[in-house]
Design a protein around this ligand. Structure first.
Ligand SMILES: NC(=O)c1ccc[n+]([C@@H]2O[C@H](COP(=O)([O-])OP(=O)(O)OC[C@H]3O[C@@H](n4cnc5c(N)ncnc54)[C@H](OP(=O)(O)O)[C@@H]3O)[C@@H](O)[C@H]2O)c1
Length: 265
């Protein structure tokens, strides 16, 4: 039997959108390197992927709230002699609340996770991919990156960074054989809002959250087609389209209304 030789590294591949992306990659025959903090989630995901698909899965527990751990992750993968054909930078978190009140240490950690660790992994594997003239990268941005987001100001800022950065390095590496894609989901039904302490917000309570499997499918198709970006979902495409026309201050005020707690009049 022919062995699968391609490898995909998925950070945040144990839950939500990352887990759905890991399944799509496994289904297409990619061996997976799963990265997250929780050992239990890693073991469970590894078992399920290996039992369902004819691929192998490596798990590496790393807390990417510390960018130093992203350097360790690169070293560990290179020490194993694994070539990364596809990199999915999915791990990311947010924090709910007015910036004047939120915990600055947590916000700095979110910047490390959403931005710094993503930069470390992207540079390391992009260099190898460009040298080989082959490879693909998918970065989890968000429609949040297109919209100033009161009550999640830092999170929205990090996602604006991710999207802008992705488009810029994509242009730098045009014709290198490597493609870099930005996935922009809207509010999606995962553990994200629980982690961010955001369950009481109107956007979550309205209950119209996207299915992470659908979001992953949109991202996967864009990744495999080598597209620069995809906004997942019709409603989100409209919201991003409107934000391109409206003044930023109006977009921010409208978003504040969506993100306020339900008990706010
Ligand atoms: N859900 C949404 O509405 C939405 C919308 C737009 C974009 N996104 C983006 O999509 C990505 C995935 O989010 P999700 O909604 O699928 O969330 P999720 O269900 O909470 O999954 C997050 C994944 O990342 C891992 N992770 C979290 N913190 C980590 C850390 N410090 N170090 C290493 N791994 C970490 C988690 O595992 P451990 O907890 O075990 O570490 C888990 O595997 C994020 O970048 C998020 O910003 C989400």
């Amino acid at each position: 039997m022919e062995q699968n030789t391609k490898h995909a590294l998925v950070t945040g591949g144990t839950s939500g959108i990352g887990w759905e992306l890991a399944k799509l990659l496994a289904k297409d025959g990619y061996n997976i390197i799963l990265v997250a903090r929780g050992e239990e989630g890693l073991e469970k995901s590894q078992k399920e992927l290996e039992q369902t698909y004819s691929i192998s899965v490596e798990t590496i527990s790393k807390d990417l709230f510390y960018a130093g751990n992203a350097f360790e992750l690169v070293d560990e993968i290179k020490a194993k002699g694994i070539t990364i054909d596809i990199l999915v930078n999915d791990a990311g978190q947010g924090l709910y609340g007015e910036f004047k009140d939120t915990d600055i240490q947590r916000e700095l950690a979110i910047v490390q996770l959403n931005i710094s660790s993503l930069l470390v992994l992207t540079k390391a594997f992009l260099q190898d991919m460009v040298a080989r003239g082959d490879g693909k990268i998918l970065n989890l941005a968000s429609i949040a990156g297109k919209l100033p987001g009161p009550l999640q100001a830092v999170y929205h800022g990090t996602k604006a960074f991710v999207h802008s950065f992705t488009e810029a390095i994509r242009s730098e590496t045009k014709d290198s054989g490597v493609t870099i894609t930005s996935l922009l989901p809207g509010a999606t039904d995962t553990d994200f809002f629980h982690k961010a302490g955001m369950e009481q917000s109107k956007v979550v309570q309205a209950g119209q959250l996207a299915d992470p499997a659908e979001v992953a499918k949109d991202g996967y198709n864009a990744l495999m087609s080598g597209d620069d970006m995809v906004v997942s979902g019709f409603k989100n495409k409209v919201q991003v389209g409107m934000s391109n026309i409206l003044p930023d201050s109006t977009v921010a005020d409208r978003l504040k209304k969506q993100q306020e707690p339900v008990d706010k009049k």
